[in-house]
Design a protein around this ligand. Sequence first.
Ligand code: SF4
Length: 529
Amino acid sequence: MSGGTALNPKTAPPFPIAATAMVGNTQLRKNVRHATDVIQAKRARVVGEMPDWQALRDAGSAVREHTIRNLPFYLEQFERNCTAAGGHVHWARDAAEARAIVVRLAQEAIARGRTAPSIAGRPAGEPQGTHPGAGEAADGVALQGEVIKIKSMTTEEIQLNRALESVGIHPYETDLAELIIQLGQDQPSHIVVPALHKNRQQIREIFLREMKLEHLGESPQDLADAARRFLREKFLRVETAISGANFLIAETGGVCVVESEGNGRMCLTLPKTLITLAGIDKVVPRFQDLEVLLQTLPRSATGERMNPYNSVWTGVGKGYAAGDGPEHFHVVLIDNGRTEVLADAEARQTLHCIRCGACQNACPVYRETGGHAYGSVYAGPIGAILTPQLLGMHYAQSLPYASSLCGACYEVCPVKINIPEVLVHLRGRVVEENTGGLKTITNPEAMAMKAAGAIFRSEGRFRAAQRLGRMGETPLERRDGQGQKWVSWLPGMLGGWTNVRDLRAMPQQTFREWWEERERKGAPAGEAG
Ligand code: SF4
């Protein structure tokens, strides 16, 4: 069993190419449509119960905006308080640094496990793992071992599993959806429900094959039981865990993880060493801020009133709590492009995101293509604005265009991130990047936009363009069975529109012309204007 292949936006095909392939996969589209329909219906129901939902959104937005505006202050406060509670805080500028820190910490933890009696009561030095090579530290070449993982898209962002495996440390995903992805050698397609593109039969086949089971039923209970049996042995044996974080609490130095299955809590409490990775944007100022965010996050994410498991932990157990939870606790704070996002005043709101995934479920583009077309662990509308900013606008340039700008993502966002506004801003940055200082001379799209701008600024030019458009398209018009005129082919750049859809022919009379004619003739008395 390996970690599967990681999504890498730097090498992934551009969105239009990947999306064309995905929309041809009818099973995937059916699975995605069904799952997002179910989650959206649940979300609408539980949000509808909250008379103060808009006030909660405003409060969530205010918390996030205040935090991101004062990020250095709250991060330093978090570091002080986490350290005082017995934790160790590490700072990583980029993915490579974060991987190196986590690998080193995991190796140190595994080495400690070799020299001390384990929680399972094994003698010191006894091999920990069952996969080939585990427990072969004495060869002096590499210290091999195992870790369990929970709830971390950030580890996917930095492609941590590969780094661990390259030094002989095997990671076991314990979140059910992430386990399905790992066992199926697949890639996550949603930030909350990574296996959303799989249906129950496909999951059963993966479990049968990878868990080497002879029989397995099809019900959700059967699948959950199989996963529980598979994971329970890992929880009780592996002594190092790697987790993500939903929130970092500056005032206490605490970390919060919310989840539905309880597997996270097993990872947070049973192992001797806990390594938590979090983007620097995950911090919130006060414990009390969770009051708002823990109401809006589960409702937006999975349509639950409250997450079944909400875990908050601070440092390591001392005094009466000694031996309760991990003995060694590390937090790795990852920048990896986030300060660049912070520097852009118009796009900074991207960092307000609390990763609920509601924008993905609501997006008509995501619902057709699924997540893999985005080439990144962050898919859907949030991925379309986050990924190119984290990487630098040179990569993933097609993502800001992967949207109809319908605004559905903004409507559902619990912290009111105006994603369409950021998308338009990033499209401008893409054009700027591609044209440098010679915008209109070298770039046909920029020239076309400049011409369109000149036309829209003048009523006379706009009317003339409409007349020209009507004349120009007349030879291309075809009638359907109802006598309606359509254009199915347009030349040049305009052909991008008609490649995948027909264009309704322009009406012979525009609304303005109709209105003026009506005024000339004198509108009948009492007719609505
Ligand atoms: S952008 Fe908003 S809706 Fe989308 S994942 Fe982030 S918080 Fe949720």
